[in-house]
Design a protein around this ligand. Structure first.
Ligand code: NIG
Ligand code: FE
Length: 398
């Protein structure tokens, strides 16, 4: 066993509501002048620096803040091709409807394995360099058996949080045979993909001609659950719709986007707060010129809220959780503490993970160091890369 003590932590964000001696005035379980001991990749001790036990090694972070590594619980990183022109069109008011996904599907199918792996590795490295320690990665740009399996296999080289999204859109070759495509997804494709995935997701959006209806989404998620996968859902992104209702009905871990919510949706999410998280993706509203959801209202209603990037080529090609944090505070009415909690403990909950998102004894040592004396600089210095994910030995993670 090797242990290392992290010292010189001017401010430690633990998210641990039970930590003795911490400031619990907000949700963050803050400790000033703290130390953390890590043993074999797990947190072994948390407390005031003056009381830190001895360890085999020491890492002095030099008066900086330390926070739980960001958990990016929603991304689509396995893709090839370029859709930057689509972004330019959105900025002039052209609405998003999911139609551009087929361009990424054909570029991704044409890419070799090594090319795809290299593109994914670069995007994950971008995330690490901005403080993210855990990332969920979806398939969804293969949309045939072979290319969906390939995307999940490659994603699994980078994360255990892999999500089968064969029901992203109906691919062009099935345009006149929607139900045949749903049959393929819940049949042969699911059987081939399930061994490589932890989750199943569906783009449930009656407002898009490319995405799936409530009944189709229910079929897909039910089949995924029968195959042993956890449930996630893209819902209420382009307009009011059945997504939230369906996610709550099926006990999905998360319903993501939640851009357009009715009072009934909010009430259902609040009642389901223990099981279903509302994952907000404000980078999408930014990059598609859409209205932001009212996170303040959701929090006040008692909804469990997470924040993630949704990094993808169509609606938000940003891998930056700090960017998302800035938007959450500036545009959605969250306090900095609420936003930081939502992108760490909140998104850990959206992945049903108890071992990350909170710095407490027994959890994984996923620490992120902030190049500043307090976490507030994440918000105070938007656009400046001051958060960096550390490995258990205290080196910058790549
Ligand atoms: O989460 N809405 C569906 N899927 C992605 C966008 C995918 C794309 O346009 O390439 C999203 O916004
Ligand atoms: Fe998405």
């Amino acid at each position: 066993m090797t242990s290392i003590v992290f010292t010189g932590i001017a401010e430690l964000v633990t998210n641990d509501s039970l930590l003795e001696g911490a400031d619990h005035s907000e949700s963050l379980g803050l400790l000033a002048e703290a130390a953390v001991v890590v043993e074999d990749g797990l947190i072994a001790w948390v407390g005031p620096a003056a009381q830190a036990p001895p360890a085999d090694g020491q890492q002095d972070v030099g008066g900086r803040a330390v926070i739980p590594g960001f958990v990016d619980s929603h991304s689509h990183l396995v893709f090839a091709g370029d859709r930057s022109r689509e972004f330019a069109a959105r900025m002039t008011g052209v609405r998003y409807d999911g139609g551009g996904i087929s361009a990424t599907v054909s570029a991704t199918r044409s890419a070799g394995d090594d090319e795809l792996r290299g593109l994914l590795a670069a995007r994950v490295a971008e995330m690490r360099a901005q403080g993210t320690s855990t990332v969920e990665i979806k398939s969804g740009y293969g949309l045939n058996v072979q290319d969906e399996v390939r995307a999940l296999r490659i994603a699994a080289e980078f994360t255990s949080e892999t999500t089968f999204l064969g029901a992203h859109v109906v691919p062009p070759e099935f345009a006149d045979r929607r139900s045949d495509y749903v049959d393929l997804v819940i049949g042969e494709m699911l059987a081939a993909c399930a061994p490589h995935a932890r989750w199943i997701d569906v783009f449930c959006e009656p407002n898009s001609p490319h995405a799936f209806t409530e009944d189709e989404a229910r079929l897909v998620l039910s089949a995924g659950r029968d195959a042993g996968l956890g449930l996630r859902l893209h819902g209420n992104q382009l307009g009011h719709g059945p997504g939230v209702r369906l996610a709550v009905e099926l006990g999905a871990a998360s319903v993501d986007h939640c851009t357009f919510l009715s009072a009934e949706d909010v009430a259902q999410l609040a009642a389901a707060a223990d099981s279903t998280v509302a994952t907000l993706l404000p980078g999408v509203e930014f990059s598609t010129r859409s209205p932001y959801p009212d996170a303040r209202h959701l929090l006040d209603a008692g909804v469990s809220v997470a924040l993630a990037t949704d990094c993808n080529p169509g609606t938000c090609y940003s891998s930056s959780i700090p960017f998302v944090l800035a938007l959450a505070v500036r545009e959605m009415g969250m306090t900095p503490a609420e936003a930081l909690f939502a992108a760490t403990a909140g998104s850990a909950k959206a992945l049903r993970r108890g071992d990350i998102g909170v710095i407490r004894v027994g959890n994984r040592s996923d620490l992120t160091v902030v190049e500043a004396p307090s976490y507030m600089h994440l918000f105070y210095r938007p656009g400046v890369p001051i958060a960096r994910s550390l490995d258990p030995a205290g080196r910058h993670r790549r």
